[in-house]
Design a protein around this ligand. Structure first.
Ligand code: DON
Length: 312
């Protein structure tokens, strides 16, 4: 629970979040991602938990520090690409099959000449070039304003993390050149990868991730602002790839234990949506061997059990 505890009495949901926060904060397992050098500066003690309901209420526990969204951006940009281009055009370039390979594997589905899915880097880099816009700058503006609409306010960008990833991101450039060789990207490969790096450097809090997930849970309507961010008919496609591919090689066990579609990222964020009910946002930078936030996974499991969130 936050040091700056609110003076009003905390209700039953906040009390539950506080309990879960206390339980998971005692766990110091895991390591911070360092392959993007700026990410290594994260405070390992940080842990924030937020829950947004579809009537626009948001409940928080812990510390809501901003962090870069990283791969948690992927389902939301996928939603924007589906909204802008339509399902068939997106499916021509990016499939929906889980890979069983790491998120950064230099892989192409040779049978269909597509990226495997939009949750691995190959698919996400292609997806970020499918949103509308005449220029790369306009496309990034679409991504930035779209992610901001999901969160319900304008999101800032961490230029230091962006530059840090741009300096060290050759593996993603290799992936992008493979995508280019299959005709999935245009000539300007470096600009296209930079758009993806910038998308990953958008700053969010656990609260933002909860509201973004709640927007998916609410058929594309942000429950806080009332804005229809993406059409209702893209939401099922997005939640499906989150359920099957959103938690790296833990996706199966996550669905088994927590039971709701989610996406994690290397800065320790998790955004999870229970359709028709709520969005969860979790943040703690210590990662397990799968690359998921240790505290985030345990907190989600506890909340799922205590609130009966499992979909199946
Ligand atoms: O592309 C990268 O390596 C990072 N910008 C994002 C990685 C990440 O969060 C992995 N998630 N699936």
């Amino acid at each position: 629970m936050s040091d700056a505890a609110p003076s009003r009495t905390r209700g039953p949901i906040e009390t539950l979040l506080d309990e879960v926060w206390r339980e998971v904060s005692a766990n110091d397992e895991g390591t911070i991602a360092t392959y993007i050098p700026e990410l290594a500066k994260a405070d390992p003690a940080t842990c924030g938990i937020s829950l947004a309901t579809l009537d626009g209420q948001v409940y928080d526990a812990g510390v809501l520090v901003p962090f870069t969204i990283q791969s948690v951006s992927k389902p939301y940009v996928y939603a924007l690409a589906l909204a802008d281009r339509g399902q068939e055009a997106v499916l021509e370039k990016v499939g929906v099959e889980p890979t069983g390979d790491p998120f950064n594997s230099i892989s192409l589905d040779d049978r269909s000449s597509r990226a495997f899915n939009p949750m691995v880097n190959a698919g996400a880099i292609v997806t970020s070039t499918l949103v509308s816009g005449q220029t790369r700058a306009e496309q990034f503006e679409r991504i930035h304003s779209g992610l901001s609409a999901f969160a319900g306010h304008e999101l800032a960008i961490d230029e230091d993390v962006f530059h840090s990833e741009r300096t060290t991101g050759d593996r993603n450039r290799a992936i992008a050149y493979l995508m280019r060789s299959a005709g999935l990207l245009d000539e300007d490969v470096d600009e296209q990868v930079e758009g993806y790096f910038r998308q990953c450097a958008v700053l969010v809090t656990a609260r933002d991730l909860a509201v973004m997930a709640a927007t998916l849970a609410n058929s594309g309507i942000n429950p806080v602002t009332g804005e229809q961010v993406v059409p209702r008919d893209v939401v099922a496609s997005v939640l499906t790839v989150m359920a099957t591919c959103g938690m790296y090689d833990y996706a199966g066990e996550w669905l088994y234990r927590v039971g709701i579609p989610a996406k994690s990222g290397v800065s320790g964020g998790v955004s999870a949506a229970l359709p028709g009910q709520l969005g969860l946002g979790l943040h703690s930078p210590l990662l397990d061997s799968n690359g998921n936030s240790v505290r985030g996974v345990v907190a989600a499991e506890l909340l799922s059990k205590r609130l009966g969130m499992h979909l199946l």
